[in-house]
Design a protein around this ligand. Structure first.
Ligand code: TYC
Length: 155
């Protein structure tokens, strides 16, 4: 199966620009998500012989493609903070204020919710904003030598 992205509304058989195989899996994912609002995505289901050549006495063969309509809204991602027994409460509050732009009251509420329930939401963002915030949290926690964990999930 080959996945790709085309600019045009028409999907022409046989013209499939394969994505750069040198890119890593995450890079390909980011690229696809970034391009999604502007372009159509198609999936090649089966690449058989050229239908026009009629090499098989008129049997229905060829390249099956699915064309999806243009996507307007980007998907949203929830950034989650995990509880642990060692990260100081003050550090978590400072992370929520500094990276997630919460007020002192909001940050304290979220921190206490995570402390009591085990997990809590810091915010919901587009993929690239969410992954940047997760990286900032993990970097700050690592530098301060706290075991604080932060992840993202599709909203
Ligand atoms: N449980 C931590 C403590 O008692 C505080 C804490 C809250 C840690 C939220 C992580 O995401 C967290 N010091």
């Amino acid at each position: 199966m080959v996945n790709g992205v085309l600019n045009s509304r028409e999907v022409s058989f046989g013209v499939i620009h394969s994505q750069n195989s040198q890119l890593g899996g995450l890079a390909r994912l980011s690229l696809a998500l970034y391009k999604a609002p502007m372009e159509q995505t198609f999936t090649q289901i089966y690449a058989g012989p050229d239908k026009d050549k009629d090499e098989d006495g008129g049997a229905e063969r060829g390249v099956a493609t699915k064309v999806r309509p243009k996507t307007k809204k980007p998907s949203m991602w929830r950034v989650l903070l995990m509880n642990d027994d060692y990260t100081p409460m003050e550090f978590v509050v400072s992370i929520l204020m500094g990276i997630f732009n919460k007020t002192s009251e909001e940050a304290t509420q979220i921190m206490l919710n995570v402390h009591q329930s085990g997990v809590g939401t810091c915010g919901v963002y587009t993929f690239e904003v969410a992954e940047t915030k997760v990286a900032q949290v993990m970097d700050s926690a690592k530098r301060a030598q706290h075991p604080l964990q932060c992840t993202l999930e599709k909203a």
